[in-house]
Design a protein around this ligand. Sequence first.
Ligand code: SF4
Length: 437
Amino acid sequence: MFPPSLEREKRFDFCGCPSVKSREARGLVRTRDRLVAECLSMGARAHGGNPNKIHAGPLSPGCRLCAEGKWSCLFMGRFCRRGCFFCLQSQREKKAALREKPTGFRPRSAEEYREFVRRAGYRGVAFSGGEPLWFFDELIEYVTALRKGAGPRLAIWVYTSGDFMTERRLRELKSAGVDELRFNIAARNYSLTALSRAAKHFENVTVEIPAIPEDTTRLLALLPRLRSAGVKYLNLHQLTASAHNSDALARRGYRIHKNGEGYPAVGPVVESELAALRLLREGLASGPPLPIHYCSARYKELFQARAHRQRLAEYFTGETAALRRASKVTSAGYLRRRVPDDGRRTVPSKVCYLDFRSPADSGNEHGVFSRGRIVKEVPLKSAGERRLFEKFFLSAVADESVVGAILAENKKDSGVARFLRRFENLEYLPVSLDRYC
Ligand code: SF4
Protein backbone atom coordinates (compact mmCIF):
# COMPACT_ATOMS: atom_id res chain seq x y z
CA MET A 1 0.00 0.00 0.00
CA PHE A 2 2.83 2.42 0.80
CA PRO A 3 6.17 3.02 -0.86
CA PRO A 4 9.16 1.83 1.14
CA SER A 5 11.38 3.07 3.98
CA LEU A 6 12.38 6.72 4.07
CA GLU A 7 9.56 7.89 1.90
CA ARG A 8 7.14 6.26 4.28
CA GLU A 9 8.73 7.91 7.24
CA LYS A 10 8.37 11.31 5.64
CA ARG A 11 4.82 10.68 4.59
CA PHE A 12 3.72 10.10 8.13
CA ASP A 13 5.76 12.90 9.59
CA PHE A 14 7.12 11.01 12.53
CA CYS A 15 10.58 12.16 11.55
CA GLY A 16 11.24 15.77 12.40
CA CYS A 17 9.37 15.55 15.68
CA PRO A 18 11.78 16.63 18.36
CA SER A 19 10.59 13.97 20.75
CA VAL A 20 10.37 11.14 18.23
CA LYS A 21 13.78 10.01 17.09
CA SER A 22 14.24 8.76 13.60
CA ARG A 23 14.69 5.16 14.78
CA GLU A 24 11.52 5.33 16.86
CA ALA A 25 9.74 6.89 13.93
CA ARG A 26 10.30 3.86 11.76
CA GLY A 27 8.76 1.62 14.42
CA LEU A 28 5.80 3.94 14.83
CA VAL A 29 5.21 4.05 11.11
CA ARG A 30 5.27 0.26 11.01
CA THR A 31 2.75 0.12 13.85
CA ARG A 32 0.52 2.61 12.08
CA ASP A 33 0.74 0.76 8.77
CA ARG A 34 -0.10 -2.49 10.49
CA LEU A 35 -3.13 -1.00 12.27
CA VAL A 36 -4.41 0.58 9.06
CA ALA A 37 -3.96 -2.71 7.20
CA GLU A 38 -5.75 -4.65 9.96
CA CYS A 39 -8.68 -2.22 9.97
CA LEU A 40 -8.97 -2.42 6.19
CA SER A 41 -8.82 -6.22 6.24
CA MET A 42 -11.62 -6.23 8.83
CA GLY A 43 -13.94 -4.22 6.61
CA ALA A 44 -12.98 -0.57 7.18
CA ARG A 45 -12.71 1.64 4.12
CA ALA A 46 -10.16 4.26 3.16
CA HIS A 47 -12.10 7.28 1.97
CA GLY A 48 -11.33 7.80 -1.71
CA GLY A 49 -8.54 5.21 -1.31
CA ASN A 50 -6.77 7.54 1.13
CA PRO A 51 -5.47 5.73 4.24
CA ASN A 52 -5.34 9.00 6.15
CA LYS A 53 -9.13 8.90 6.53
CA ILE A 54 -10.64 5.54 7.29
CA HIS A 55 -14.04 4.52 8.49
CA ALA A 56 -16.10 1.52 9.52
CA GLY A 57 -19.68 1.95 8.38
CA PRO A 58 -20.89 4.95 6.39
CA LEU A 59 -19.50 8.46 6.66
CA SER A 60 -21.94 11.05 7.92
CA PRO A 61 -23.33 13.34 5.19
CA GLY A 62 -21.50 16.29 6.74
CA CYS A 63 -18.15 14.46 6.64
CA ARG A 64 -18.69 13.66 2.97
CA LEU A 65 -19.34 17.31 2.22
CA CYS A 66 -16.26 18.26 4.20
CA ALA A 67 -14.03 15.89 2.22
CA GLU A 68 -15.33 17.48 -0.98
CA GLY A 69 -14.73 21.03 0.24
CA LYS A 70 -18.43 21.73 0.11
CA TRP A 71 -18.89 23.08 3.60
CA SER A 72 -18.14 26.20 5.50
CA CYS A 73 -17.45 26.34 9.24
CA LEU A 74 -18.30 29.48 11.14
CA PHE A 75 -16.60 29.99 14.49
CA MET A 76 -18.96 31.98 16.68
CA GLY A 77 -16.38 33.02 19.25
CA ARG A 78 -13.88 31.48 21.63
CA PHE A 79 -15.67 31.43 24.93
CA CYS A 80 -16.14 28.08 26.61
CA ARG A 81 -16.05 27.07 30.25
CA ARG A 82 -14.97 23.46 29.77
CA GLY A 83 -11.19 23.98 29.79
CA CYS A 84 -10.35 20.76 27.94
CA PHE A 85 -6.64 20.03 28.17
CA PHE A 86 -6.55 19.45 24.42
CA CYS A 87 -8.36 22.64 23.40
CA LEU A 88 -6.47 24.44 20.67
CA GLN A 89 -7.33 27.92 21.87
CA SER A 90 -7.78 30.18 24.83
CA GLN A 91 -11.46 30.21 25.81
CA ARG A 92 -11.75 33.50 27.67
CA GLU A 93 -13.17 35.96 25.14
CA LYS A 94 -16.86 36.24 25.80
CA LYS A 95 -17.80 38.39 22.83
CA ALA A 96 -18.98 36.89 19.59
CA ALA A 97 -16.21 37.19 16.99
CA LEU A 98 -17.48 35.36 13.97
CA ARG A 99 -14.85 33.93 11.70
CA GLU A 100 -15.16 31.49 8.84
CA LYS A 101 -12.67 28.66 8.71
CA PRO A 102 -10.29 28.18 7.05
CA THR A 103 -10.41 31.45 5.17
CA GLY A 104 -10.66 33.84 8.09
CA PHE A 105 -13.59 35.60 6.42
CA ARG A 106 -15.47 37.65 9.02
CA PRO A 107 -19.06 38.23 7.98
CA ARG A 108 -20.56 41.46 9.26
CA SER A 109 -24.09 40.15 9.16
CA ALA A 110 -26.05 36.94 8.75
CA GLU A 111 -27.08 38.14 5.29
CA GLU A 112 -23.47 38.67 4.19
CA TYR A 113 -22.56 35.18 5.34
CA ARG A 114 -25.59 33.67 3.62
CA GLU A 115 -24.52 35.37 0.39
CA PHE A 116 -20.97 34.06 0.76
CA VAL A 117 -22.27 30.52 1.29
CA ARG A 118 -24.56 30.82 -1.72
CA ARG A 119 -21.95 32.20 -4.09
CA ALA A 120 -19.32 29.69 -3.01
CA GLY A 121 -21.80 26.89 -3.67
CA TYR A 122 -21.45 25.31 -0.23
CA ARG A 123 -23.87 22.55 0.61
CA GLY A 124 -23.14 22.36 4.32
CA VAL A 125 -22.49 24.83 7.12
CA ALA A 126 -21.22 24.05 10.60
CA PHE A 127 -21.13 26.31 13.64
CA SER A 128 -18.31 25.92 16.09
CA GLY A 129 -16.54 27.85 18.84
CA GLY A 130 -15.59 27.89 21.73
CA GLU A 131 -19.03 26.84 22.73
CA PRO A 132 -21.44 28.09 20.05
CA LEU A 133 -24.40 27.84 22.41
CA TRP A 134 -22.87 30.60 24.54
CA PHE A 135 -23.53 32.85 21.52
CA PHE A 136 -27.06 31.57 21.24
CA ASP A 137 -28.83 34.64 19.83
CA GLU A 138 -26.26 35.09 17.05
CA LEU A 139 -26.35 31.37 16.36
CA ILE A 140 -30.11 31.39 15.86
CA GLU A 141 -29.91 34.51 13.72
CA TYR A 142 -27.32 32.95 11.38
CA VAL A 143 -29.03 29.57 11.17
CA THR A 144 -32.37 31.22 10.41
CA ALA A 145 -30.88 33.37 7.65
CA LEU A 146 -29.13 30.42 6.04
CA ARG A 147 -32.13 28.15 6.17
CA LYS A 148 -34.38 30.85 4.78
CA GLY A 149 -32.00 31.53 1.90
CA ALA A 150 -30.97 27.99 1.03
CA GLY A 151 -34.01 25.91 1.84
CA PRO A 152 -33.81 22.28 2.94
CA ARG A 153 -30.86 21.33 0.69
CA LEU A 154 -28.26 22.95 2.94
CA ALA A 155 -26.98 20.71 5.76
CA ILE A 156 -26.53 22.68 8.99
CA TRP A 157 -24.90 21.30 12.09
CA VAL A 158 -23.57 22.62 15.40
CA TYR A 159 -20.59 21.45 17.44
CA THR A 160 -21.20 21.59 21.17
CA SER A 161 -20.02 20.27 24.50
CA GLY A 162 -23.65 20.23 25.64
CA ASP A 163 -23.24 23.29 27.87
CA PHE A 164 -26.07 25.84 27.97
CA MET A 165 -28.35 23.28 26.34
CA THR A 166 -31.91 23.38 27.61
CA GLU A 167 -35.09 21.84 26.24
CA ARG A 168 -36.23 25.28 25.10
CA ARG A 169 -32.98 25.91 23.26
CA LEU A 170 -33.10 22.51 21.62
CA ARG A 171 -36.54 23.32 20.29
CA GLU A 172 -35.33 26.71 19.03
CA LEU A 173 -32.34 25.19 17.27
CA LYS A 174 -34.56 22.65 15.63
CA SER A 175 -37.14 25.16 14.44
CA ALA A 176 -34.43 27.58 13.18
CA GLY A 177 -33.22 24.81 10.87
CA VAL A 178 -30.34 22.92 12.50
CA ASP A 179 -30.16 19.34 11.14
CA GLU A 180 -27.55 17.80 13.38
CA LEU A 181 -25.75 18.26 16.70
CA ARG A 182 -22.20 17.03 17.21
CA PHE A 183 -21.16 16.45 20.79
CA ASN A 184 -17.70 16.66 22.24
CA ILE A 185 -18.42 14.28 25.11
CA ALA A 186 -14.75 14.25 26.13
CA ALA A 187 -15.32 17.81 27.35
CA ARG A 188 -17.83 16.56 29.94
CA ASN A 189 -16.12 13.45 31.19
CA TYR A 190 -18.01 11.30 28.65
CA SER A 191 -21.38 12.15 30.14
CA LEU A 192 -24.27 11.27 27.82
CA THR A 193 -26.88 13.40 29.58
CA ALA A 194 -26.98 16.36 27.16
CA LEU A 195 -26.63 14.10 24.17
CA SER A 196 -29.57 11.89 25.24
CA ARG A 197 -31.71 14.98 25.73
CA ALA A 198 -30.81 16.23 22.26
CA ALA A 199 -31.61 12.86 20.68
CA LYS A 200 -35.27 13.36 21.62
CA HIS A 201 -35.36 16.41 19.33
CA PHE A 202 -32.82 15.58 16.62
CA GLU A 203 -32.63 12.60 14.38
CA ASN A 204 -28.94 13.18 13.70
CA VAL A 205 -26.75 13.19 16.78
CA THR A 206 -23.04 12.61 16.35
CA VAL A 207 -20.17 12.25 18.78
CA GLU A 208 -17.02 13.99 17.62
CA ILE A 209 -13.99 13.81 19.88
CA PRO A 210 -10.22 13.66 19.75
CA ALA A 211 -8.73 10.20 20.26
CA ILE A 212 -7.28 10.44 23.77
CA PRO A 213 -4.95 7.50 24.35
CA GLU A 214 -5.75 7.13 28.08
CA ASP A 215 -9.50 6.99 27.35
CA THR A 216 -9.48 4.24 24.72
CA THR A 217 -10.75 1.44 26.98
CA ARG A 218 -13.40 3.67 28.47
CA LEU A 219 -14.64 4.76 25.07
CA LEU A 220 -14.75 1.19 23.81
CA ALA A 221 -16.95 0.20 26.74
CA LEU A 222 -19.19 3.16 25.96
CA LEU A 223 -19.87 2.26 22.32
CA PRO A 224 -23.05 0.23 22.91
CA ARG A 225 -24.46 2.97 25.14
CA LEU A 226 -23.78 5.59 22.49
CA ARG A 227 -25.89 3.68 20.04
CA SER A 228 -28.75 3.17 22.48
CA ALA A 229 -28.61 6.88 23.41
CA GLY A 230 -29.38 7.72 19.77
CA VAL A 231 -25.92 8.49 18.40
CA LYS A 232 -25.65 7.96 14.63
CA TYR A 233 -21.88 8.37 14.09
CA LEU A 234 -18.67 8.46 16.09
CA ASN A 235 -16.00 10.72 14.62
CA LEU A 236 -12.47 10.53 15.98
CA HIS A 237 -9.85 13.19 15.42
CA GLN A 238 -6.15 13.24 15.99
CA LEU A 239 -5.04 15.37 18.93
CA THR A 240 -3.00 18.30 17.69
CA ALA A 241 -0.75 20.75 19.42
CA SER A 242 -1.16 24.49 19.36
CA ALA A 243 0.57 27.30 21.25
CA HIS A 244 -2.26 27.05 23.77
CA ASN A 245 -2.30 23.35 24.57
CA SER A 246 1.22 22.09 23.88
CA ASP A 247 2.33 22.20 27.55
CA ALA A 248 -0.68 20.15 28.61
CA LEU A 249 0.00 17.61 25.87
CA ALA A 250 3.67 17.41 26.79
CA ARG A 251 2.77 16.79 30.45
CA ARG A 252 0.89 13.69 29.35
CA GLY A 253 4.00 12.47 27.61
CA TYR A 254 2.60 12.74 24.11
CA ARG A 255 5.01 13.07 21.26
CA ILE A 256 4.27 15.84 18.91
CA HIS A 257 5.33 16.36 15.37
CA LYS A 258 6.74 19.82 14.95
CA ASN A 259 5.75 21.89 11.94
CA GLY A 260 7.14 20.26 8.89
CA GLU A 261 6.40 18.58 5.63
CA GLY A 262 2.72 18.14 5.15
CA TYR A 263 1.71 19.95 8.33
CA PRO A 264 1.99 23.69 7.83
CA ALA A 265 0.05 24.67 10.90
CA VAL A 266 -0.47 21.96 13.48
CA GLY A 267 1.53 19.43 15.47
CA PRO A 268 -0.19 16.06 15.32
CA VAL A 269 0.12 13.79 18.35
CA VAL A 270 1.54 10.44 17.32
CA GLU A 271 -0.03 8.46 20.18
CA SER A 272 -3.47 9.84 19.37
CA GLU A 273 -3.36 8.47 15.85
CA LEU A 274 -2.40 5.03 17.13
CA ALA A 275 -5.15 5.17 19.77
CA ALA A 276 -7.77 6.07 17.13
CA LEU A 277 -6.72 3.20 14.90
CA ARG A 278 -6.76 0.74 17.79
CA LEU A 279 -10.20 1.91 18.75
CA LEU A 280 -11.41 1.47 15.22
CA ARG A 281 -9.92 -2.02 15.06
CA GLU A 282 -11.48 -3.05 18.40
CA GLY A 283 -14.80 -1.54 17.36
CA LEU A 284 -14.71 -3.62 14.19
CA ALA A 285 -13.74 -6.77 16.12
CA SER A 286 -16.73 -6.44 18.42
CA GLY A 287 -19.07 -5.88 15.45
CA PRO A 288 -19.38 -2.08 15.26
CA PRO A 289 -22.44 -0.92 17.17
CA LEU A 290 -22.21 2.34 15.25
CA PRO A 291 -20.20 3.80 12.37
CA ILE A 292 -16.72 4.93 13.45
CA HIS A 293 -14.63 7.30 11.40
CA TYR A 294 -11.04 8.41 11.97
CA CYS A 295 -9.99 11.65 10.31
CA SER A 296 -6.26 12.27 10.76
CA ALA A 297 -4.60 15.66 11.13
CA ARG A 298 -2.76 14.90 7.91
CA TYR A 299 -6.03 14.46 6.07
CA LYS A 300 -7.35 17.79 7.35
CA GLU A 301 -4.17 19.69 6.68
CA LEU A 302 -3.62 18.34 3.20
CA PHE A 303 -6.76 16.93 1.62
CA GLN A 304 -9.55 18.76 3.38
CA ALA A 305 -7.66 22.02 2.94
CA ARG A 306 -7.07 21.22 -0.73
CA ALA A 307 -10.76 20.63 -1.25
CA HIS A 308 -11.48 24.03 0.30
CA ARG A 309 -8.88 25.72 -1.87
CA GLN A 310 -10.28 24.15 -5.00
CA ARG A 311 -13.78 25.27 -4.18
CA LEU A 312 -12.69 28.81 -3.45
CA ALA A 313 -10.51 28.88 -6.55
CA GLU A 314 -13.64 28.17 -8.55
CA TYR A 315 -15.43 30.83 -6.57
CA PHE A 316 -12.83 33.45 -7.46
CA THR A 317 -12.09 32.48 -11.03
CA GLY A 318 -15.64 31.62 -12.03
CA GLU A 319 -16.62 35.26 -12.38
CA THR A 320 -15.65 35.72 -16.02
CA ALA A 321 -14.47 33.53 -18.87
CA ALA A 322 -11.39 35.74 -19.24
CA LEU A 323 -10.46 35.20 -15.65
CA ARG A 324 -10.95 31.48 -15.96
CA ARG A 325 -8.70 31.36 -19.02
CA ALA A 326 -6.06 33.39 -17.26
CA SER A 327 -6.02 31.21 -14.17
CA LYS A 328 -4.75 27.83 -13.29
CA VAL A 329 -5.54 25.80 -10.22
CA THR A 330 -2.83 23.30 -9.31
CA SER A 331 -3.73 19.76 -8.35
CA ALA A 332 -3.14 20.79 -4.74
CA GLY A 333 -5.71 23.55 -5.14
CA TYR A 334 -3.42 26.57 -5.31
CA LEU A 335 -4.40 29.34 -7.61
CA ARG A 336 -1.86 30.53 -10.16
CA ARG A 337 -2.18 33.21 -12.79
CA ARG A 338 -0.89 32.53 -16.25
CA VAL A 339 1.35 35.38 -17.29
CA PRO A 340 2.51 36.08 -20.85
CA ASP A 341 6.12 35.36 -21.56
CA ASP A 342 6.95 38.63 -23.25
CA GLY A 343 10.58 37.75 -23.86
CA ARG A 344 11.88 40.17 -21.29
CA ARG A 345 11.38 37.99 -18.28
CA THR A 346 13.71 35.28 -17.15
CA VAL A 347 10.77 33.24 -15.99
CA PRO A 348 11.12 29.64 -17.11
CA SER A 349 7.44 28.97 -16.69
CA LYS A 350 4.41 30.90 -17.83
CA VAL A 351 2.60 30.08 -14.63
CA CYS A 352 3.35 32.35 -11.76
CA TYR A 353 1.90 33.94 -8.69
CA LEU A 354 1.24 37.53 -9.38
CA ASP A 355 1.41 38.83 -5.88
CA PHE A 356 4.30 38.31 -3.51
CA ARG A 357 4.17 39.57 -0.01
CA SER A 358 6.59 39.67 2.85
CA PRO A 359 6.08 37.36 5.82
CA ALA A 360 5.80 40.48 7.96
CA ASP A 361 2.94 41.74 5.80
CA SER A 362 1.05 38.53 5.70
CA GLY A 363 1.69 37.25 9.21
CA ASN A 364 1.98 33.86 7.61
CA GLU A 365 5.05 31.71 7.43
CA HIS A 366 4.32 30.97 3.80
CA GLY A 367 4.02 34.64 2.84
CA VAL A 368 5.95 35.83 -0.17
CA PHE A 369 6.97 39.27 -1.37
CA SER A 370 4.47 41.78 -2.62
CA ARG A 371 4.06 43.06 -6.11
CA GLY A 372 0.36 43.72 -5.71
CA ARG A 373 -1.04 42.59 -9.03
CA ILE A 374 -3.58 39.85 -8.71
CA VAL A 375 -5.65 41.58 -6.09
CA LYS A 376 -6.22 44.41 -8.52
CA GLU A 377 -7.27 42.11 -11.31
CA VAL A 378 -9.61 39.73 -9.57
CA PRO A 379 -13.06 41.25 -9.21
CA LEU A 380 -13.43 41.11 -5.46
CA LYS A 381 -16.72 42.48 -4.36
CA SER A 382 -16.00 43.58 -0.81
CA ALA A 383 -13.19 44.22 1.65
CA GLY A 384 -14.07 40.89 3.28
CA GLU A 385 -13.60 39.05 0.00
CA ARG A 386 -10.35 40.82 -0.63
CA ARG A 387 -8.99 39.80 2.79
CA LEU A 388 -10.18 36.28 2.20
CA PHE A 389 -8.51 36.07 -1.16
CA GLU A 390 -5.22 37.47 0.08
CA LYS A 391 -5.11 35.23 3.07
CA PHE A 392 -6.14 32.11 1.33
CA PHE A 393 -4.34 32.20 -1.97
CA LEU A 394 -1.59 34.73 -1.85
CA SER A 395 -0.07 33.19 1.21
CA ALA A 396 0.27 29.81 -0.47
CA VAL A 397 3.73 28.53 -1.20
CA ALA A 398 4.93 28.48 -4.77
CA ASP A 399 5.74 25.38 -6.75
CA GLU A 400 9.15 24.33 -8.01
CA SER A 401 9.19 26.27 -11.27
CA VAL A 402 7.86 29.41 -9.64
CA VAL A 403 10.43 29.35 -6.86
CA GLY A 404 13.15 28.89 -9.47
CA ALA A 405 11.79 31.78 -11.49
CA ILE A 406 11.55 34.11 -8.56
CA LEU A 407 15.05 33.23 -7.43
CA ALA A 408 16.36 33.93 -10.91
CA GLU A 409 14.56 37.24 -11.05
CA ASN A 410 15.74 38.33 -7.68
CA LYS A 411 19.26 37.01 -7.67
CA LYS A 412 20.65 40.48 -7.03
CA ASP A 413 18.47 40.93 -4.00
CA SER A 414 19.97 38.65 -1.40
CA GLY A 415 17.19 39.38 1.12
CA VAL A 416 14.52 38.16 -1.27
CA ALA A 417 16.59 35.20 -2.36
CA ARG A 418 17.37 34.22 1.23
CA PHE A 419 13.73 34.25 2.08
CA LEU A 420 12.66 32.29 -0.96
CA ARG A 421 15.27 29.62 -0.40
CA ARG A 422 13.11 28.46 2.44
CA PHE A 423 10.91 27.01 -0.27
CA GLU A 424 13.61 25.10 -2.03
CA ASN A 425 12.86 22.04 0.03
CA LEU A 426 10.21 20.87 -2.36
CA GLU A 427 9.12 18.01 -0.18
CA TYR A 428 7.41 20.69 1.80
CA LEU A 429 5.50 22.12 -1.09
CA PRO A 430 2.16 20.48 -1.68
CA VAL A 431 2.18 20.98 -5.44
CA SER A 432 0.48 17.65 -5.82
CA LEU A 433 -0.83 15.45 -3.05
CA ASP A 434 -0.74 12.19 -4.97
CA ARG A 435 2.26 10.97 -3.03
CA TYR A 436 0.30 11.00 0.22
CA CYS A 437 -2.31 8.51 -0.90
S1 SF4 B 1 -15.44 22.02 24.70
FE1 SF4 B 1 -14.38 22.58 22.81
S2 SF4 B 1 -14.08 24.82 22.95
FE2 SF4 B 1 -14.61 24.08 25.00
S3 SF4 B 1 -12.63 23.78 26.00
FE3 SF4 B 1 -13.28 21.80 25.13
S4 SF4 B 1 -12.32 21.74 23.10
FE4 SF4 B 1 -12.25 23.90 23.80
